[in-house]
Design a protein around this ligand. Structure first.
Ligand code: ARG
Length: 467
């Protein structure tokens, strides 16, 4: 064996005569992307060494040597001094190789009863739970920004839309809070995903469980896991926790993409409902007048990316036979990309929402009386007309007004009475946007009192989470 061959020998090369081909190494190695798991890998290894010690596999001095060796490896990673070797195929082999270099043969006892199969599943879950905690803080900060805007605009009226056609007047706070509640469900989804993530595979070994008397429960708890996986084969071979994360991320971005689309439209000169802060827009290299909503467009764009990550991992998992298969290594780039996308996007989006300025006059100017047609039908309902009939009568009034080229409030009483004698001269009191909004005070409606109740509930949601 030449020196260069020897230097590329791996931790599993005992039964191999030749070093693996370079092309295979380039394909197989996950180190370029999974090295970012080092802190989780080392934390889980220190806990595992303690479990081996409790099981009587490691002596006091062996535990001490392995623990201080692992801490040294961590310090090398933290400072950027860690030197990778050609034989390091992934973060697990890199850490173990370096540990053995530092502490000698005793380092080789760490992997007793452990496989990279239970190790990687545990590391990835450990990393994911911490990542979710950071994402949750960003999400509640975004909710906070929406809520603070909503508080400023309880009395700001704007058109509510269906089919992107003005439908009924609403409070601008009501529109903003609609996204708050979508995000509250995303927060719940990430919280539940975090719980499902904190199930420890460690002690499952390659697939069949460990023959050493490891107290898996104590081991799991020492790492902050909530429970242990009940089946070693399942524990090493499923990645549903990663799918849960990608699903939560994809659905979050689906919501944020809709919000972005609203704000792109509402901040367009055509609408003029919102002005974006300069710091959160970008200019055009050609057209000096432009202020482009790139943060929002990228929010919309990243939704497609994360939906792709979710369907990619689901597709990877669907055909796998029982047990660990190398296909599972594909989980990591999807997870890392989703996490990086969220952690890059959310701060920019939070800033966008915090600094955007709603334009109450422009919003109000976009209201028109046709949006009160339902209220006119409700007026007839109060006079005993069945709603279906009232709807038809108001439809006739809308046509009559259009034919005369006037608004509903300018259509004279005789014209109304020609349609139905249920129309009386008090019908004109219907044409009042504030009054229309004020009627919708049942729970969840857009009346000011109902919106204030929403704001209280929203405050409670954030306070429970310390945001
Ligand atoms: N880098 C591998 C992964 O991410 C670690 C597990 C390797 N296990 C194995 N049996 N080859 O999945």
């Amino acid at each position: 064996m030449t020196e260069s061959e020897r230097s590329s020998r791996t931790l599993w090369s005992g039964r191999y005569e030749a070093a693996v081909a370079d092309s295979v190494r380039r394909l197989n190695d996950s180190l370029p992307f999974d090295k970012r798991l080092y802190a989780s890998d080392i934390a889980c290894s220190i806990a595992y060494a303690q479990a081996l010690h409790r099981a009587g596999v490691l002596s006091d001095s062996e535990l001490a040597a392995i623990t201080s060796g692992l801490e040294q490896v961590r310090a090398e990673f933290d400072s950027g001094a860690f030197a990778f070797a050609p034989s390091d195929e992934d973060i697990h082999t890199a850490v173990e190789r370096r540990l053995i270099e530092l502490v000698g043969a005793v380092g080789g006892k760490l992997h007793t009863g452990r496989s990279r199969n239970d190790q990687v599943a545990t590391d990835t879950r450990h990393w994911q739970a911490q990542t979710i905690s950071r994402i949750l803080r960003l999400l509640t900060a975004l909710q906070r920004a929406l809520l603070e805007q909503a508080k400023q605009h309880v009395q700001t009226l704007m058109p509510g839309y269906t089919h992107l056609r003005a439908a009924q007047p609403i409070s601008a706070a009501h529109w903003l809070l609609s996204y708050f509640w979508m995000l509250s469900r995303d927060v719940r989804r990430f919280e539940l995903t975090r719980e499902a993530t904190l199930i420890s595979p460690l002690g499952s070994s390659a697939l069949a469980g460990t023959p050493y008397p490891i107290d898996r429960r104590a081991l799991a708890e020492s790492l902050g896991f909530l429970d242990v996986a009940p089946n070693s084969l399942d524990a090493v071979s499923d990645r549903d926790f990663a799918v849960d994360f990608l699903y939560a991320a994809a659905l979050l971005l689906t919501h944020l993409s809709r919000f972005a689309e609203d704000v792109i439209l509402f901040s367009a000169p055509l609408f003029g409902f919102i002005s974006l802060d300069e710091r959160y827009t970008t200019g055009s290299s050609l057209m000096p007048q432009k202020q482009n909503p790139d943060v929002l467009e990228l929010t919309r764009g990243k939704a497609g990316r994360l939906i792709g990550r979710l369907s990619g991992l689901l597709t990877t998992l669907k055909g796998l036979p029982t047990g660990y298969n190398k296909d599972l290594q594909e989980d990591k780039e999807a997870l890392f990309d989703a996490a990086d996308t969220l952690e890059t996007l959310l701060p920019a989006l939070i800033g966008t929402v915090e600094t955007m300025r709603l334009q109450p006059e422009a919003m109000r100017a976009a209201l028109d009386e046709s949006m009160l047609a339902t209220d006119l039908a409700d007026y007839l309902v109060q006079r005993g007309v069945p709603f279906r009939e009232a709807h038809a009568l108001v439809g006739a009034a809308v046509r009559a007004a259009q034919a005369q080229g006037v608004t509903l409030s300018a259509l004279p009483l005789p014209a109304y009475q020609a349609i139905s004698t249920h129309f009386q001269d008090d019908l004109y009191s219907v044409f009042d946007f504030e009054a229309a909004i004020g009627k919708r005070k049942a729970l969840g409606g857009t009346a000011l009192e109902a919106v204030r109740q929403q704001i209280e509930r929203a405050e409670a949601f954030l306070q429970e989470r310390g945001a």
